[in-house]
Design a protein around this ligand. Sequence first.
Ligand SMILES: Nc1nc2c(ncn2[C@@H]2O[C@H](COP(=O)(O)OP(=O)(O)OP(=O)(O)O)[C@@H](O)[C@H]2O)c(=O)[nH]1
Ligand SMILES: [Mg+2]
Length: 217
Amino acid sequence: MSGQGFSIVDIEQDLIKRNEELAKEISNIFHKKGIKTFEIVGAIGAGKTAILETMVERLKGKYRLALVTADVTTEIDADRIRRHGVKCIQISTGRECALTASLLQDILNQIPLDTIDVLFVENVGNLICPADFIIGSDKRIVVVSITEGEHVVIKHPMLFKMSDVAVINKIDLRNVMDVDPEKMVRDALEINPSLKVVLTSAKTSEGIGELIDALGL
Ligand SMILES: Nc1nc2c(ncn2[C@@H]2O[C@H](COP(=O)(O)OP(=O)(O)OP(=O)(O)O)[C@@H](O)[C@H]2O)c(=O)[nH]1
Ligand SMILES: [Mg+2]
């Protein structure tokens, strides 16, 4: 506690609690509309958008999809998704290093809630900040790739603890990287034994079918 009766830690805890309450409200809205929601978090450049592009191609004939992509400034990811003929809303987070429930609430009226079955939300590329801020999705998918190095999983346990599915991407590069993807799988399961862990390549589509199965889609 500081002399004024509150501390930075108190303020942070209050923000996290208020975010959780709002995330619950958002989750209720999605459930009432029968929409399945998935949040994709993970390292910068691990392949979150590339995986979404590959999944969108496979899923768009089966489900009515919409996506939200969050980035600090650009619309690059949203434009990549839109090229697949799917609605994608961009959130610019500015100085924030992760999405919050409040940022999602701000664009909720742009999501066609009455005409979609599945919503994917790509968070800002960051392996730390999103751990504190849930956004009300049914499942969270954490993505890393073998190019971040073999220890990226054990160095960032929080998001693996707080996710339902973990993706180790870019396994097409396994022969040029001095990395054992199976060790990354073991590390992820040690951190969170209930995780479903999938090895993928967004480039060759290896493992994408398995990922879709892991999401129950
Ligand atoms: N070889 C290989 N390259 C990949 C794979 N997935 C993505 N990439 C490449 O990695 C780079 C980053 O991919 P993105 O899909 O933009 O990654 P991201 O996680 O969405 O990145 P941010 O949104 O900026 O955090 C691009 O050049 C992709 O073409 C993969 O499985 N194999
Ligand atoms: Mg991206």
